[in-house]
Design a protein around this ligand. Structure first.
Ligand SMILES: Cc1cc2nc3c(=O)[nH]c(=O)nc-3n(C[C@H](O)[C@H](O)[C@H](O)COP(=O)(O)OP(=O)(O)OC[C@H]3O[C@@H](n4cnc5c(N)ncnc54)[C@H](O)[C@@H]3O)c2cc1C
Length: 511
C-alpha cells in the first residue's frame, strides 16, 4: 500500500523533528520515517532494568527560559510545547592541574584563573571577553530562524539589517576560526588548553578548527551574568517527546521502524521515498533527509546526482566515533552535591582530540531522581568523538576479539569514574559498554561518526539544498553544524524555506 503526504522527512534526530514540528505549524502534512524503534537519533533515551539513559547529549543551556537565543527553545516556543527543567551552574573538571568545580559565568572563571594562574592570565581572559562581546552580539543579532534558502531571505533577513550595522567590522572575525581570535589575545597555556576543550565539546574540533561564530554564540550564552545550565526532567527523551507532541498535534506522523532505502526521483525532482519493506510514500512538496551526508548519499539512486557533487560530499572530513558506558549503580553514600557533569582530561600534551584522553561523564539522576530506581543512579560515560572506527571495523560483535577490545578500550572510562566514585565497579547493577559499532548500529550513523569535521578556516558547513529539486537535507551534516542548537536551527531553516515569506515573517514575530 502506498501513502501520500506533502513532506517526508527521513530520520527523527532533533534536526528532523524540529523541521517536522515547524512544518506542521506552517500547515504542511508531514510524515517522519525513522529507521530505529525509538525517536531522537543521537538524542534518543532508552530504559534498561528500571534505569533511564541518555544515548547522547545531556549538556544544555538556554532552554529553560524564553525568549532565548537557543534555536531549540525557539522551536518549542513556536509549537507551544514545553517541559520541566532542572537548573544547575557548574560541572566538575579533572584536569592535569587538579580538580576544579567550574561554574558557567565569566566572573567565576576569572576568579579561578586568578588563583591558579595569576594576574596576567586573568587579564588575558578579560581581554578575550572584551573581544568576544561584540562577536557574541553579532552572532545573536540575526536569529537562525530568519534564514531560508531562497530569495525570500531578502525580506526575512532584511528586518535585521539595521541591528547588524554596528557589527559590520566583526564579520571578518566571525567567519574565521576561533583559534585565530584566541591567538590574538591569549598566550597562557592553561586558558588555551581550556578553550581547546570547550571548542572540542562544541564542534568536535580544537580551537583552530572551530568557527568563531559558534564560540561567540557560546560565550554570549555561558559567560553572561546569572547564566544557568538546563537538564530536562525525564532526560533528553523528554525533549524528543515534546517535539513529537508538536508534530502530531499539527497533524503530522512519526513512523518508527521505518528504514528508508531509497529516495524516489522523477524528472530530477524528489517525489517520495521507499521503505525497506517496499511501501512507498509520495510527497507532493519535498523530501528532507535528516540522515548524515554519507547515509543520505546511500539512498539516492545512482546516476541522479552530478558525479562531482557525489565525489565532493563523500570526501566530507569526518569526526571519529565514541566509546560509551551506560551504568545503573547503587547510589549508597554518593554525595547529593556531587556534580552531575564531569570532564576528565588526562593530558594536555596529547591534545584534546587524542584517542582515550578526554572522558565526559553525566550522572543526570543527581538532578532528576526519576531516572533511576530509589537509591540508585544512572550514569553515562563517553570518550567524545575520539574513538577510531578503524580499530573496530570488520570485528564481529560478541566475538572474543570484540569483547577483548571492549575491555581494553573502556579502561580509560572506568579510570575516569574511579576518580570520584572509587568503588564504581562493585556498585554496578547494569553495565552496558558501547563501541563505535554500537554507535553505528543504534544511531544509524556511517562509521559511528560524530559528524562532519569541517574546519572553520577551510569551509562553512554546506547548506541544505541539493542539485535535486525538492530534496533538502537537515541536521548535523548541514549549516550551521553539529550540536543540539545547530541541528535545531538547520531543521528550522529548511522548514522556513518551504513556507511562504508571509508565514515565515509571522513566525519570526513569535520568536
Ligand atoms: C555521545 C554524544 C554526546 C553529545 N552531547 C551533546 C551535548 O551535550 N550538547 C549538544 O548540544 N550536543 C551534543 N551532542 C551532539 C548532538 O547530539 C548531535 O549533533 C545531534 O543530536 C544530531 O542530530 P541530527 O538530527 O543531526 O542527527 P541524528 O541524531 O543522527 O538523527 C538522524 C536520524 O536519522 C535516522 N536515519 C538515518 N538513516 C535513515 C534511513 N535510511 N531511514 C530512516 N531513518 C534514518 C537515524 O536513525 C537517526 O534517528 C552529542 C552527541 C553524542 C553522540
Amino acid at each position: 500500500m502506498n501513502f501520500d503526504t506533502e513532506v517526508v522527512i527521513i530520520g527523527s534526530g532533533l534536526g528532523g523533528l524540529c523541521c517536522a514540528a515547524m512544518l506542521g505549524k506552517y500547515g504542511y502534512k508531514t510524515i517522519v520515517c525513522e529507521s530505529h524503534s525509538l525517536a531522537g537519533g543521537a538524542a534518543h533515551g532508552f530504559e534498561y532494568q528500571g534505569f533511564k539513559f541518555d544515548s547522547g547529549p545531556s549538556l544544555y543551556s538556554g532552554l529553560s527560559y524564553s525568549p532565548s537565543t537557543n534555536p531549540l527553545r525557539q522551536v518549542l516556543d513556536v509549537i507551544e510545547e514545553d517541559l520541566e527543567w532542572k537548573n544547575y551552574n557548574s560541572w566538575g573538571c579533572w584536569l592535569p592541574e587538579g580538580y576544579f568545580d567550574v561554574a558557567v559565568g565569566a566572573d567565576d572563571f576569572y576568579k579561578l584563573l586568578l588563583d591558579l594562574r595569576g594576574e596576567t592570565a586573568a587579564k588575558q581572559w578579560r581581554n578575550l571577553q572584551k573581544v568576544m562581546k561584540p562577536l557574541g552580539e553579532a552572532s545573536t543579532a540575526i536569529p537562525p530562524a530568519a534564514f531560508r534558502y531562497d530569495l525570500g531571505a531578502i525580506f526575512t533577513l532584511g528586518g535585521y539589517a539595521v541591528s547588524m550595522l554596528p557589527y559590520v567590522f566583526s564579520a571578518g572575525k566571525l567567519s574565521s576560526s576561533f583559534g585565530k581570535v584566541m591567538d590574538e589575545v591569549v598566550t597562557d597555556s592553561f586558558i588555551r588548553n581550556w578553550l581547546d576543550l570547550l571548542c572540542f565539546m562544541l564542534s568536535g574540533l580544537p580551537a583552530s578548527g572551530t568557527s568563531a561564530a559558534e564560540m561567540a554564540f557560546m560565550f554570549a550564552e555561558w559567560y553572561r551574568p546569572e547564566v544557568i545550565l538546563d537538564y530536562p526532567v525525564g532526560g533528553s527523551e523528554a525533549i524528543v517527546q515534546a517535539l513529537v507532541r508538536g508534530i502530531t498535534k499539527f497533524g503530522g506522523d512519526l513512523w518508527l521502524n521505518s528504514h528508508v532505502d531509497g529516495i524516489l526521483i522523477e524528472n530530477n525532482r524528489a517525489v517520495g521515498i521507499r521503505l525497506r519493506n517496499g511501501k512507498e510514500i509520495r510527497a507532493s512538496k519535498a523530501v528532507i533527509s535528516n540522515a548524515s551526508i554519507w547515509d543520505t548519499l546511500k539512498i539516492i539512486p545512482d546516476g541522479v546526482l552530478p558525479r562531482d557533487y557525489v565525489k565532493k560530499n563523500l570526501a566530507t572530513p569526518m569526526n571519529e566515533s565514541f566509546m560509551h558506558l551506560h551504568l545503573g549503580i547503587d547510589g549508597k553514600d554518593i554525595p547529593s552535591d556531587l556534580q552531575c557533569h564531569h570532564m576528565v582530561v588526562n593530558s594536555w600534551e596529547k591534545g584534546v582530540t587524542a584517542p582515550a584522553n578526554v572522558v565526559a561523564v553525566s550522572i543526570p539522576s543527581l538532578l532528576d531522581s526519576s531516572l533511576a530506581p530509589v537509591g540508585k543512579h544512572t550514569i553515562h560515560v563517553y570518550t567524545p568523538a575520539t574513538e577510531p572506527y578503524d580499530l573496530w571495523a570488520g570485528l564481529k560483535r560478541n566475538s572474543q576479539a570484540y569483547n577483548d577490545l571492549k575491555e581494553e578500550r573502556s579502561q580509560v572510562m572506568w579510570e575516569a569514574l574511579e576518580r570520584f566514585i572509587p568503588d564504581i565497579k562493585s556498585r554496578c547493577e547494569v553495565t552496558l559498554v558501547g563501541t563505535p559499532l554500537t554507535h553505528e548500529r543504534f544511531l544509524r550513523r556511517y562509521k559511528g561518526t560524530y559528524g562532519a569535521a569541517w574546519s572553520a578556516d577551510e569551509s562553512l558547513f554546506p547548506g541544505s539544498t541539493t542539485p535535486i529539486n525538492g530534496l533538502y537535507c537537515c541536521g548535523d551534516s548541514t549549516f550551521p553544524g553539529i550540536g543540539v542548537p545547530a541541528v535545531a536551527a538547520s531543521g528550522m531553516i529548511v522548514a522556513n524555506s518551504l513556507a511562504s515569506v508571509d508565514k515565515h515573517l509571522d513566525l519570526l514575530k513569535v520568536i
